[in-house]
Design a protein around this ligand. Structure first.
Ligand SMILES: [Zn+2]
Length: 256
């Protein structure tokens, strides 16, 4: 029986080392997640494991880009409080996608419209799971989050004078979106910024399709160039930002 015990222990150790290596390869080498970063009037705050964007409107309200991974919403509420605003000032929450580390605090803003691309609604609401090697293991159950505004690719959301353009970037999840607000391009988990400022695609272990994610980023770059979009910063949810469109253009050249 001793050999069996040893074999099991060895297998468990190899498996644990494999998982540790995968996680290290996924997370090491990225710029640190943004916290209390300002881009002109737009703020980005660390909220749990990911960051959320706060886009002020011209009528003393805000639009959130994602709701973070902390269900107390503490960091977002604190940032709003510093702006002299309460939770009811959140007019809308635009979700880059439905993973729970981006939707955790939605319930803290009951007056907000909750908006996501149509293809993402089942994941946001907990009626479907996502298909990444790791994310497919997550249980599927109702999240209590209801999408009240279904977004379309190419749509411009206008609220209180703020304008946010919606770009579908499927791959990390089926209905992943990027949002362009006043030159700040929020890409959710569809891309990360490395410590040397380069852009990389979504980590495959958490993504439905790495190939689709890469193709979506290439197409996103083409559309931004065609739209003559003035991109001043690219902001992922789990790493720091990189200024300008150039890192995305470089990524597109390498992945075409
Ligand atoms: Zn995600």
């Amino acid at each position: 029986m001793k050999w069996l015990f040893r074999t099991i222990i060895t297998l468990v150790l190899v498996l644990a080392l494999g998982v540790a290596w995968l996680l290290a390869a996924t997370f090491i080498g990225r710029r640190a997640t943004l916290d209390r970063q300002e881009f002109d009037r737009i703020r980005v705050v660390a909220a749990g494991f990911s960051s959320a964007g706060i886009v002020p409107t011209r009528d003393q309200r805000v639009i959130l880009i994602d709701a973070g991974g902390d269900d107390t919403g503490e960091a977002i509420l604190g940032e709003l409080s510093g702006m002299g605003l309460g939770p009811s000032a959140v007019a809308a929450i635009l979700l880059t996608h439905g993973h729970s580390d981006h939707t955790a605090a939605v319930a803290r803003f009951p007056d907000a419209q909750v908006m996501a691309l149509g293809a993402e609604v089942p994941l946001v609401e907990g009626r479907a799971g996502s298909l990444g090697p790791v994310t497919r293991l997550f249980p599927v159950s109702p999240t209590g989050v209801k999408v009240t505004g279904v977004l379309r690719d190419g749509q411009v959301v206008t609220l209180g004078g703020a304008r946010i353009r919606v770009y579908a970037v499927p791959g990390h999840t089926a209905g992943s979106a990027a949002f362009l607000a006043d030159g700040v391009l929020f890409v959710g988990d569809s891309a990360d910024v490395t410590t040397d400022g380069a852009l990389q695609g979504a980590p495959w272990i958490f993504s439905d399709s790495q190939a689709e994610n890469r193709a979506s980023l290439v197409r996103l770059e083409q559309r931004l160039v065609a739209d003559r979009a003035d991109v001043t910063a690219i902001v992922p949810s789990h790493s720091g930002y990189t200024p300008g469109l150039a890192p995305l253009s470089e990524f597109a050249r390498e992945n075409q």
